[in-house]
Design a binder for this molecule. Structure first.
Ligand code: CA2
Length: 153
């Protein structure tokens, strides 16, 4: 197979994000996850995207393992697992490419339970508070650093 630059970006979404666009529009907006997926594919152009959502921690860890073998980069909105899942953190640590952590809302503006993401210290970059545009920003930036080594952690 070709080098890492030819591989897809895996966009992984955690629990409850399948309900986007249905409630709490003041925090999460009115865009659905299907629309976010379309935006990501548009931003990626000819570059391949794997776009997934699950409410299951085990499923998400399985998909991170697949990304370790297949992905050029990971864009992940771990949702509530950001704050709880050391198992997910351990899986992400095995990935040697760039990881962009995306949150639709600015988690630091919210209640204290949302402030400390376990993922942020091992992420290449963190985007929070740009609404659903954060996903496109992540894909776009990853295009600009295509083929580049992940920044030192
Ligand atoms: O802002 C984000 O993207 C979050 O990752 C979303 C998570 C929350 O636990 C994080 O702190 C920040 C929660 C997702 C809840 O999704 C909903 C979808 C539709 C309606 C209400 C919530």
């Amino acid at each position: 197979r070709g080098g890492r630059a030819d591989r897809p970006i895996h966009v992984l979404n955690g629990p409850n994000l399948d309900r986007l666009g249905t409630r709490e529009p003041a925090i999460y907006g009115t865009t659905t996850l299907a629309e976010i997926e379309a935006q990501c594919r548009e931003e990626a152009g000819s570059r391949a995207i794997v776009f997934r959502q699950t409410n299951s921690e085990a499923q998400l860890i399985g998909w991170i393992h697949e990304a370790i073998d297949d992905a050029r980069a990971i864009v992940i909105n771990p949702a509530a697992f950001s704050f709880t899942s050391i198992a997910m953190l351990d899986a992400l640590k095995m990935f040697d490419g760039p990881i962009v952590e995306v949150h639709i809302s600015n988690i630091h503006r919210r209640e204290p339970i949302y402030h400390r993401s376990l993922v942020s210290p091992i992420a290449t970059a963190v985007i929070a508070g740009l609404g659903v545009h954060g996903y496109r920003a992540a894909i776009r930036a990853l295009g600009a650093i295509a083929g580049a080594a992940a920044p030192a952690t």
